[in-house]
Each structure stands twice: as C-alpha cells, then as structure tokens.
Ligand binder design. Structure first.
Ligand code: ATP
Ligand code: MG
Length: 563
C-alpha cells in the first residue's frame, strides 16, 4: 500500500469532538482513583471472520486503551468447539494486526481458563448456589416462564451439595450423553430478568476442542465464562454491545458470588449496523457455505478480509469508526458514509495510473511509424513522495470505447470526429474517421496529433473539449478488471424476518477481460490500490493464476447512489 506518513489522530482526545460516554466513564474512574490503569479487551469468538462491526469494537477497545495509557487484551472466547476453527483464529489475528493495533501480552484464550472456571463451578455447588438439572431442553424452556409470567423451580433444584458434586463429576467424566443434563446456577426462577432464572453454567459437548483437544467434554456457557475471564485478566472496563445489557445483572452476580481476583464492570454500546449489509457471522458464513460469494475474503463481503482484498486501507476503516462515534443506542449507518471514508482515504493516498477497461484502437496517422517517446506523469497530483511514471507513447494506442462517438452534442466532452481532446499526460489530438466491425461497433479511431501541444495549448487557439486516458498498444499490462456493485439490493436485507439471500444482487460482480493498464503496473504489488484515472480505485488481487493480472474495483470515483 502507498501508506503516507500521517499523524495518527484517530483516537487522540485532543480532537474537537466531545468525549463519548465511555471516555467520560473512564475519565471519572481514573480521577476517582478507582483504577491506576484501565484494561479493556477484544473478545471474538473464533466462529467466523471478523466483519466491519467488529472493526468498531476493535477501534473502541484498543483506542480507549491507547487514549488513556491503558492496555487492551486480545482474547478468543472459545467456549463452543462445535462452531470454532483454527482457520478463524488465524484470520482474526491477521485482521487485528492489519488494523494496526497492539495487544497486551500474549493472545489469550477462554479455553486457557477452563480449569479455573471448572473449579469455580465446584465452588458454587459447594456454596449451594449451583445444581445439576436433568430437565430436557423443552422442559427447561417450559419451566423458565415468559416475560410476563414467572418460571417454576426445577425438581432437581434442591438436591444436596454431595449429590450435585457427584452428578457434576459424572458430567465431567463423560458418563452422561450430550443434552441429558446441565449445571445451573441457583438464583431466582421468579426474577423479572429471565437471565437470572437459574441460567446454565456448563453443558455437555462430546467434541474435541481446537485448543484443549479431548481434555474436556463439558464446556462453560458464555455467561459463566465471560465475566470470570475478565476478572482473571484484571479487565476494568468490559465493553460489549447492547444486547448484553440484560445479562449484566448475571455478570455482576458471578463477580459478587465467586472468589474472583478483580471486579470488572460491564458497559454496553450500540452495535454498528450498516444498510445494504449483513453483519452477522452466521449469515456471512451462509453466504460462503452456499457459494453466493467466493470465500470469506470475497471483495463483496463486509469482512475485514474482504474489504482488504477489495483495496480498502486500514486507515480508512479506523477513520470511519471515528466518524460514526460511540453511543448508547443502536442505529443504522448509511453505507455511503463508509464509502466516503474509503474514497477520501484513497484520494489522498492512492497512486494514479491509467487503465483502459473497454479498449478500442486509436491510430495517430501523423505520428511516425516505429517511433515512440516517453511521457512523464505524476504519481499523485499533490504527493511528491509517490514516484513519477514513465508512459510509452506511439502511433498505436488504446482508448476506451466510451470515450469516442462519431457525433455528439456539446455535453459530450470526449473524442468526436472533427473535434479535439487531450490525451492525458500527452498531446491534444483531433479525430478524422473511425472503422467499424460487421455489427457496427467502432473498432478503431484515426486521429492526428496537434503539433506543439505537449504541455501547451494549441497555437491555433482551437481548444480541446476534454481529457481522456489512453494506454500504448504495445507497451502495456494486459489485465482483467473485476467490477463490484453492492451485494444486496435491499437497504435492510435481514430486517423483519426477510430471507437475506433473496436480496442478493445478481449483478454484484462483472468481469471485464481484455483490459489494458499502463506498463508500470506489471510490477504492482498485490494489495496495492491505484486510482485508475477517470475510472475509480482498483486494487491488485492476490490471484494465484500468474498468467492474468486481476484488479478489483475498490470504489468508483464519485458516488453513484443518491443516499
Ligand atoms: P456476530 O453476531 O457477527 O457473530 P458476535 O457479537 O457474536 O457477532 P463476537 O466474536 O462475539 O461476535 O464479537 C466480538 C466482539 O465484537 C464483541 O465484543 C461484540 O460485542 C463485538 N461486535 C460484534 N458485532 C459488532 C457490531 N456489529 N458492532 C460493534 N461491535 C460488534
Ligand atoms: Mg457471538
């Protein structure tokens, strides 16, 4: 990438914006000496790739730690081996590194605390605060009650401590089948908060775990694991999305009732929702598994891997996360805002290049055959640090089919017979005639150079109508260009019980073959994004097929959408 040396102000409190509620909270806690140093954490479950929503959580957690001189831990919440995979762990680490954040110490795993969590489960049993329950899943649901009706006590609720210890040991040693019993906390079946109606702490899963192998056949629930992991790590501010607000009383119940080494507090913020996008790993996995897209890193995916492959720079995502802010309520962000951040970043940082997407021949009849010259073009209009380019120029060039018409009205600022345009970074030319194929498509334009117009206006005072891009017919880089449109045609693809796959845009990918880019792009690096002048931003793909160079369209130059 053409990274500019830039000031990293994304999380500097010096910016003019007011502090958001979490920054205010932390400032207050530090002022009151509640903590010497804050500790946050980013706790993904390795059951899929990270998406744009996770970027918000990453920027928030790591950003707060940087801002307040604290630390942010990176912890895999790997309590459900059935859905998790080493591939996801590797991908998630790559993405967090790419975003440019540094975690404190080693990467941590919930599974690293399984023994401690198990010991605390025993502790709760010994305190008479947990029991093994053999109700079936259906019965458990029935006993739980509803939002308006209290639940009923399980018939297993009043077992003795000794019996519960023995039953839990049978769970642990594999004597019971999956689904036959669970360990539950003994709290209050009549609580208005359903999360406190004797929630499950441990369930049986006869599954190998990617980190612990076959050591365990019982696994802790999210609720029983999360707060305790925070406490073990000395996390001070455990920040999660709003849907966990109802779990907070349970989070606090465990912290109060277990001999944990510290007292973390949970805070909730509004998750990022983007229109025209789904941000749920489960749904993104469905797109991959059912081959609607070409893998988790398909450039149409809102995953960090997909955005990266599309040519989006990490700086643009960090900027976007700063722009959307942090609030206590959920909302939907316009995808146009993300696109704005991407475009703005690339405008400032992407090197310029020329690429003709739909080539037709341009023959300059007054340019000597067999001769050529080198044109010098800027790497970027305001960035001297981006190298100048050398462009071969000769009698035979390519221009885009869309940049020529036999006749046109005044609004058409491109090449027309009898009229002039400037070839970008080169001469002004005037078109004389065109040749067509049997289907009446223009296949070649014949034109003349106006002498003395390299860097100058024509001596005869007849101006060019516009500027078009071109590529030399011999000295060029043949390539394939993948053009992308939004993956969903519906603004809210998964709202209100809709089946999101039915909103998939059938034209989200179009492949242009036979494109030609300027010669220098033969040496472009994978992952490097360019502005193809007059066309948009494009990123060199990491395709393994060495014979074809592929560029993925990152984004158009201007917004095509009104919104
Ligand atoms: P998904 O529903 O996509 O699986 P998740 O919340 O289950 O998301 P986790 O791996 O558990 O995924 O998430 C790790 C962290 O990222 C959590 O703290 C979670 O709150 C946060 N997060 C997930 N999605 C979003 C989002 N859309 N906006 C902000 N934060 C998010
Ligand atoms: Mg989850």
């Amino acid at each position: 990438m053409t990274a500019a040396p830039e000031n990293n102000t994304h999380n500097a409190i010096s910016s003019e914006r007011p502090l958001h509620f979490l920054e205010q909270q932390i400032e207050k806690d530090l002022a009151a000496n509640k903590h010497q140093k804050i500790v946050t954490r980013f706790p993904p479950e390795p059951n899929g790739y990270l998406h744009i929503g996770h970027a918000k959580s990453i920027c928030l957690n790591f950003g707060l730690a940087e801002t307040f001189g604290g630390e942010c831990n990176f912890r895999f919440d790997d309590t459900n081996p059935a859905k998790e995979d080493q591939e996801y762990i590797d991908a998630i680490i790559r993405d967090v590194q790419w975003l440019g954040f540094k975690w404190a110490g080693d990467i941590r795993y919930a599974s690293g605390y399984f023994q401690q969590l198990y010991d605390w489960a025993i502790y709760l049993i010994e305190q008479g605060m947990a029991y093994v329950c053999h109700l079936s899943a259906d019965e458990t649901r029935e006993y739980r009650g509803t939002l308006t009706e209290p639940g009923k006590n399980s018939p297993y609720r009043d077992r003795s401590v000794a019996e519960n210890l023995a039953e839990f040991e049978k769970m642990r040693s594999g004597e019971y089948d999956e689904g036959t019993c669970i360990l539950r906390a003994k709290i209050d079946m009549a609580s208005p908060n359903i999360n406190l109606r004797d929630p499950g702490l441990y369930r049986i899963r006869k599954q190998s775990h990617h980190q612990t192998g076959d050591t365990w056949c019982i696994y802790p629930s999210y609720d029983f694991a999360h707060g305790q992991e925070d406490a073990i790590e000395g996390v001070t501010h455990s920040i999660c999305t709003l849907e966990f607000a109802d779990h907070r009383p349970l989070y606090e119940w465990f912290i109060e009732n277990l001999p944990v080494p510290s007292s973390p507090r949970q805070y909730e913020f509004g998750r990022l929702n983007l229109n025209y996008t789904v941000t749920s790993k489960r749904k993104l996995k469905q797109l991959v598994d059912e081959n609607y897209v070409d893998g988790w890193d398909d450039p149409r995916m809102p995953t960090l891997a997909g955005l990266r492959r599309r040519g989006v720079r990490a700086q643009a995502l960090r900027k976007f996360c700063e722009m959307i802010g942090v609030t206590k309520s959920d909302g939907v962000v316009e995808i146009g805002m993300l696109e704005h951040a991407i475009r703005d970043d690339l405008d400032k940082n992407a090197a310029r290049a020329m690429c003709v997407l739909n080539p037709i021949k341009l023959t300059l009849t007054n340019y000597p055959e067999g001769e050529s010259e080198l044109m010098i073009a800027a790497g970027h209009p305001n960035r001297d640090d981006l190298a100048e380019r050398e462009l071969a120029f000769s009698r035979d060039l390519f221009i885009d089919a869309a940049d020529f018409r036999e006749a046109a009205n005044k609004k058409y600022k491109r090449l027309v017979i009898g009229k002039r345009v400037r070839l970008r970074n080169a001469y002004i030319i005037e078109a004389d005639e065109c040749l067509k194929d049997a289907e009446d498509n223009v296949i070649e334009v014949k034109a003349r150079i106006i002498e003395g117009t390299l860097g100058n206006d024509p001596a005869d005072g007849i101006k060019a109508k516009g500027v078009i891009h071109w590529v030399d017919a011999k000295e060029n880089t043949p390539c394939e260009v993948h053009m992308y449109d939004r993956l969903f045609t519906d603004e809210a693809p998964d709202a209100g019980g809709k089946d999101f796959v039915e909103c998939i845009n059938p034209n989200s990918l179009s492949i242009l073959r036979g494109c030609v880019a300027e010669k220098g792009l033969v040496n472009s690096e994978v992952g490097q994004t360019y502005q193809f002048e007059r066309e948009g931003y494009f990123c060199r793909d990491a395709n393994d097929d060495k014979d074809t160079i592929i560029f993925n369209q990152t984004i158009s130059l201007r917004d095509n959408f009104n919104g």
